[in-house]
Write a protein that binds this ligand. Structure first.
Ligand SMILES: [Zn+2]
Length: 65
């Protein structure tokens, strides 16, 4: 068990906490995890939009007057 110092309030707490128990600031490791989750969601969103656009391009008539 090791302790880390909170970036926000400067108090120490156990490393296995995901958030500071005093001010609820996420630890750097937890922030990285949150960022990874956001990145994965963004990639899924962008891929979904790309597939939707590809389907629409193929489905819509090409010779619009
Ligand atoms: Zn704190």
């Amino acid at each position: 068990m090791s302790e880390i110092i909170c970036n926000h309030c400067g108090r120490t707490f156990e490393e296995d906490n995901n958030h500071c128990p005093f001010c609820q600031t996420p630890t750097p490791a937890q922030q990285d995890k949150d960022l990874d989750a956001v990145k994965k969601k963004m990639i899924i969103f962008i891929v979904g939009i790309s597939i939707f656009c590809a389907i629409m391009i193929l489905w819509l008539p090409r010779d619009i007057p």
